[in-house]
Ligand binder design. Structure first.
Ligand code: ADP
Ligand code: MG
Length: 729
């Protein structure tokens, strides 16, 4: 019977907010308490080691072994004072989440006792049996060694009793097996290319940074209800469930007060995040019931991404303390909004200039337009690849749905910026306005207002929107590692800026003044990249047709979308920027296809089990109760009257039979489809088969199951219903 469902609902209703211990100090006092940041480096390292480490962090200078030993000793001292007993290299394999293997500091002292040890060697590099992480065949089990190597640019931090050292994870032959290694390379490429372009405008700029500010959306579900839903437990989303009569129509959740149990969770999450040096700033309810968002202040891209990974783990852990489970899946519930992770991205200089922010002078504005147009051009050329970077089996349920970014990448600029670019494109090369203080240079830069985008000019349907001083990549999924999108974006912009510089330099060499050369190349780019600009409604069918006419990537099948990584233009872009080579790209695609297949396979198995062992038995039982009633009516009443009285029951009996049979047939067909697909050796073809033949069956089975939910006695229905999952908190 459904006693489990009713028990967990009752228990969930009784739960009260868990008390959160607030530190006595102010947030600014406990901020980064658990981080080996510069302040601690200064305190725990000899001056030579401190200087060398800072140089390594700021300028990428390599560290020698002696310095590494000093850094390790300082880190160990600090960590032990903080009560730490273990350390781990912490990295981002190509799975969801991060990986760690904890080792204790203890080593034998040679006299029968132990001492706490942590050498530079252990800090810098660790070998590991990496065959258990997805590697797309780069390493077979005979060559199962990979190693993790310290990333000094992201500071070590403490979680529980463990010192976590951010590392990259690479194979012995040097190929990246993680997200961080190519991310660091893409950041190196974009900051170098952007620096070269910046120097057209300001010779004093020494460094450019790539920034990321993510906004993490998530759902919270009461732990008891979660446990009573095998689909949530095993796949992260509900595979069935009829829509709640009330969901988000009234928009009362978004503007409503944060529920108390949730508020306690958020407070604790924020305190712990701040202690880990994550500058969390914003929290609010999201559109769907039980959906929320958390956002920090933006940071350097690599650090911001590490922080996102840390926070996802923190959310999982803290949610359980509050009797919740956090759902990071992009579409846990059909019929209400899914969750994304907007990636706000920009470039800025060490002199404090935001390169995607309009300036005050015509020179500033030429620089701004230069970066803006090059980003647009990069996104235009690689729109299919950018889509591939955010595509996954899970995000597929969100993209293209009615509230989420469409499955076509386009750029929203807003009316003001569109107008500026239109004017620029059409101005003649000879129109002149005098350039600040530099007579003789003639250039027509339209006046660019300092943008303060208001909400009316914030198209929510665009997957890639300019928001005044940055771009907001909204198609990124809530469970994703931001690095996937950031690798492609940074690399594509790096490549584009390099091409731009080559073209401009050529014109300058031919004797054309610098500003005029820049403008002339920009004008050609504005013209060429026009198809990627779209300010209209991204949800409309008209846009889909229009986008295909414009030649934008309109593919919707995730396994096929991944092909974009292996296009000649992508391979060229990645290899010319030094971010990834063809071998790595091929191997990573194997992992993507395999992961896709496995996720769908798991869903299909769970679906089969749920309907055959949880739903159909209940349907049969209810049907037989109705049959019983019908027979009894027949015994008591005259034939005609009996028929009239049992008409409704008979109708339901027929419908249950119809839907149950349909479910059985479709489950059998799904199993057959899986068997066929499993025979395919090629990972791409297998994933395509899963997409084409298994995924549609999941939807069909769901349709019939959701119909049954409406018919069967509520008392008997075994799984927590949508209204319970979405409104109990
Ligand atoms: P929204 O209205 O989209 O919710 P927020 O003000 O909450 O906007 O900001 C979203 C994120 O964008 C935050 O993480 C914020 O720090 C970040 N952000 C703001 N300016 C920039 C920038 N120049 N570069 C990168 N991220 C930025
Ligand atoms: Mg935003």
């Amino acid at each position: 019977m459904s006693s489990l469902r009713f028990r967990v609902v009752e228990e969930a209703f009784k739960k009260k907010a868990v008390a959160v211990e607030r530190p006595e100090e102010r947030p600014s006092d406990y901020f980064a308490k658990y981080v080996f940041n510069r302040e601690k480096m200064f305190r725990y390292l000899p001056r030579t080691a401190y200087d060398a480490l800072v140089d390594a962090i700021d300028n990428g200078k390599p560290l020698d072994r002696e310095i590494a030993d000093m850094v390790a000793a300082g880190m160990k001292k600090w960590a032990i004072e903080m009560g730490v007993t273990h350390y781990t290299h912490w990295f981002h394999p190509l799975t969801d989440g991060t990986a760690e293997k904890h080792d204790a500091f203890v080593e034998q002292d040679g006299n029968g006792g132990v001492v706490e040890e942590f050498s530079g060697k252990l800090l810098i590099q660790q070998e590991g049996d990496a065959s258990s992480f997805p590697n797309g065949g780069i390493r077979n089990t005979f060559e199962a060694r990979g190693y993790s190597a310290w990333d000094p640019s992201s500071p070590a931090f403490i979680v529980g009793d463990t010192l976590c050292i951010p590392t990259v994870f690479i194979s012995y032959t040097g190929e990246a097996l993680d997200y961080k290694a190519p991310l660091l390379k893409s950041l190196g490429a974009v900051t170098e290319a952007a620096l070269d372009v910046c120097r057209y405008f300001d010779k004093n700029v020494k460094k450019v940074y790539s920034y990321l500010g993510w906004e993490q959306e998530y759902f919270l579900v009461d732990e008891g209800l979660y446990a009573a839903r095998p689909d949530l437990l095993l796949t992260g989303r509900t595979l069935m469930g009829h829509e709640s009569s009330k969901n988000q129509q009234l928009e009362d959740h978004y503007f409503g007060a944060i529920p108390t149990r949730v508020s306690a969770f958020m407070q604790e999450l924020e305190i712990e995040s701040l202690k880990l040096g994550i500058p969390v700033k914003t929290r609010h309810n999201e559109v769907a019931p039980n959906q929320f968002e958390l956002a920090p202040i933006y940071e350097e891209c690599n650090l911001a991404n590490d922080h996102n990974q840390v926070i996802m783990e923190l959310m999982r852990r803290i949610a359980r303390r509050h009797g919740f489970r956090v759902l990071l899946h992009e579409k846990p519930f059909k019929g209400v909004n899914g969750s994304g992770k907007h990636n706000n991205w920009s470039l800025g200089t060490d002199t404090g200039v935001q390169l995607l922010s309009p300036g005050k002078t015509p020179e500033d504005n030429l620089q701004f337009v230069t970066f803006l147009v090059n980003v647009i051009m990069a996104v235009y050329k690689h729109n299919g690849l950018l889509k591939a970077s955010i595509s996954s089996a899970t995000n597929a349920h969100r993209l293209g749905a009615n509230e989420a970014p469409p499955a076509i990448i386009s750029i929203f600029l807003g009316s003001q910026m569109s107008q500026v670019l239109d004017e620029l494109e059409n101005c003649s090369d000879d129109t002149t306005i005098s350039f600040h203080g530099k007579t003789g240079v003639n250039l027509n830069i339209p006046k660019i207002p300092e943008l303060l985008m208001d909400n009316t000019d914030r198209n929510r349907t665009s997957p890639f929107a300019f928001t005044g001083n940055r771009f907001e990549f909204r198609a990124v999924g809530s469970s994703a590692n931001c690095a996937s999108a950031m690798i492609v974006l940074n690399a594509a912009v790096a490549h584009q800026l390099k091409l731009f510089k080559i073209e401009v330099d050529k014109l300058i060499e031919s004797g054309i003044p610098k500003e005029k050369s820049i403008l002339s190349v920009l004008k050609s780019y504005i013209r060429e990249s026009r198809p990627i600009r779209f300010d209209g409604n991204g949800y409309s069918d008209a846009w889909k047709e229009e986008a295909c006419r414009r030649g934008l990537d309109c593919e919707t099948s995730v396994p096929v979308i991944f092909d974009a990584y292996l296009r000649p233009s992508s391979i060229r872009m990645f290899s010319e920027t030094g971010v990834m080579n063809a071998v790595e790209l091929a191997a990573r695609n194997e992992v993507k296809w395999e992961t896709y297949t496995k996720k769908v396979q798991i869903e299909a198995r769970v679906m089969g089990d749920l309907v055959l062992n949880h739903i159909l038995p209940v349907a049969t039982r209810f049907q037989s109760m109705l049959l019983d009633t019908v027979c009894k009516i027949k015994n008591v009443f005259p034939e005609e009257e009996a028929a009239e009285i049992s008409a409704r029951d008979i109708d339901i009996i027929r419908k249950i039979a119809f839907h149950s049979t349909a479910i059985q047939d479709k489950v059998a067909a799904m199993v057959d489809a899986r068997k066929l697909a499993n025979k395919i050796e090629n990972e791409r073809e297998k994933a395509v088969a899963y997409h084409d033949t298994v995924v549609p069956k999941l939807d069909e089975i769901r349709y019939h199951t959701d119909k049954l939910e409406l018919m069967i006695d509520n008392q008997m229905w075994p799984l927590p219903k949508y209204r319970e999952l979405l409104f109990v908190r």
